[in-house]
Design a protein around this ligand. Structure first.
Ligand code: FCB
Length: 398
């Protein structure tokens, strides 16, 4: 059966997402930069210049606007804004303000993420999120971002994927033995408690800057699917890795849903995808239906908080597969809207090929770039997805 296209609800966000460390280049004061050059970690290659978007953001925004997108999610970098504890850089704040103004001038509504995985080295040296005073330190940084977000920014994300932060902390405490063959390591409970507290303090700080800003956070959704008889095991496995963070968003203005693939759970726990399943460059199972499940599960847990798909995409060097994935994923979004879910936008991961936390190999971008000249090229998927922003219609499923 073919459904008619679903019109985007009024004000629907249509865009793509990035994160500072993954595209800017030379984020030398961050914990990740140090990790990349320490020689002791599992990092395959360092980020170095990345896509040089620190300088080339006007080209990125030009392209996105030309393609038809109306929204751009990017993050601002704490390690640049507060390079030394208590010292805030007016020049870096002005840099990010120029990005906000630059987006608005091109007809792109900026969604600003305040923290996307990287912290200043001095903050990591103190002990990071579980250190004494971490809440106050992050809150002070959030307050300092007022010149960037106070005007013209409708949506602010405090922290990207807090659940992955807790999972990574758990893995580190367990001696970084690597990820299990299926599923995720056990999150560190102390980090979970700390990051929820940091989020709530940051929400108050953002509302203090401008009460009209819609503030929330974005949660990684693994689409845990219970095999017959494994419903309770699945719920118990999922709660500390996902639901606890969705529950913490109940007082927020929106919640970001980030989904790529699924994880199936049997009575003994997570099971790997079948041997013949198609896998993407991150080795995740190709599963475009994920976003629909993620939206529905989030709505069930969070209640009436509006949903925004803030990340969804596929690491592939075959843009035809990206297009196929997109068609499947958008049909799910359209179906969820049709069923009455309060979905306010779709932002694809990612606008650009980027530094995928240890390697440039998994290419998630709608736009590629030449690593020597940094020249940008829109892929066919970018043209296709951007054009939907002009028609304001989501294609229905088959
Ligand atoms: C998410 C991250 C993002 C990117 C995508 C593939 O976990 O938020 O930075 O790595 O996955």
């Amino acid at each position: 059966m073919t459904h008619a296209p679903t019109p985007f609800p009024e004000g629907f966000l249509w865009g793509a997402s990035t994160a500072a460390h993954q595209i800017e280049g030379n984020n030398t004061n961050s914990d990740w930069w140090r990790k990349e050059h320490s020689g002791t970690s599992h990092v395959q290659e360092p980020s170095l210049d990345a896509a040089d978007s620190y300088h080339r953001w006007p080209e990125d925004m030009d392209l996105l606007a030309e393609l038809g997108f109306t929204d751009y999610r990017f993050s601002i970098e704490w390690a640049r804004i507060e390079p030394a504890r208590g010292h805030f850089s007016r020049a870096e704040l002005a840099h990010y303000r120029r990005m906000v103004d630059g987006a608005l001038a091109r007809g792109l509504r900026p969604m600003v993420t305040l923290h996307h995985f990287t912290v200043p080295q001095w903050f990591e040296d103190l002990g990071g999120w579980t250190a004494e005073g971490a809440v106050e330190l992050f809150t002070r940084y959030v307050e300092a971002t007022a010149p960037v977000i106070a005007e013209g920014v409708e949506y602010v994300c405090t922290i990207n994927e807090p659940n992955m932060i807790a999972v990574m902390a758990g893995a580190a405490k367990a001696g970084n033995v690597g990820f299990p063959p299926a599923g995720l390591p056990t999150p560190d409970e102390e980090t979970t408690r700390a990051i929820v507290e940091v989020h709530h303090a940051a929400v108050r700080a953002v509302r203090g800057i401008n009460p009209d800003i819609k503030v929330g956070w974005t949660v990684a959704n693994q689409v845990y699917q219970a095999l017959p008889g494994a419903e309770e095991v699945t719920a118990a496995y999922r709660h500390p890795r996902e639901d606890v963070f969705i529950e913490a968003a109940r007082g927020d203005d929106w919640i970001g849903v980030q989904s790529y693939t699924r994880t199936r759970i049997g009575p003994e726990g997570p099971i790997p995808a079948p041997a013949d399943a198609e896998r993407t460059l991150t080795q995740w199972e190709y599963y475009p239906a994920a976003v629909g499940h993620a939206l529905r599960h989030t709505a069930e847990v969070v209640g009436d908080v509006p949903l925004i798909v803030t990340e969804n995409g596929i690491a592939t060097d075959d843009d035809e597969r990206r297009l196929a994935y997109l068609r499947g994923a958008l049909a799910e979004v359209a179906a969820a809207l049709h069923d009455g879910l309060d979905i306010r936008g779709y932002l694809h991961w990612s606008a650009l090929d980027n530094y995928e936390w240890g390697s440039f190999a998994p290419t998630f971008g709608l736009i590629s770039y030449d690593p020597v000249t940094f020249e940008r090229t829109a892929k066919p998927s970018a043209v296709w997805l951007g054009a939907l922003g002009r028609t304001r219609e989501l294609p229905g499923g088959e």
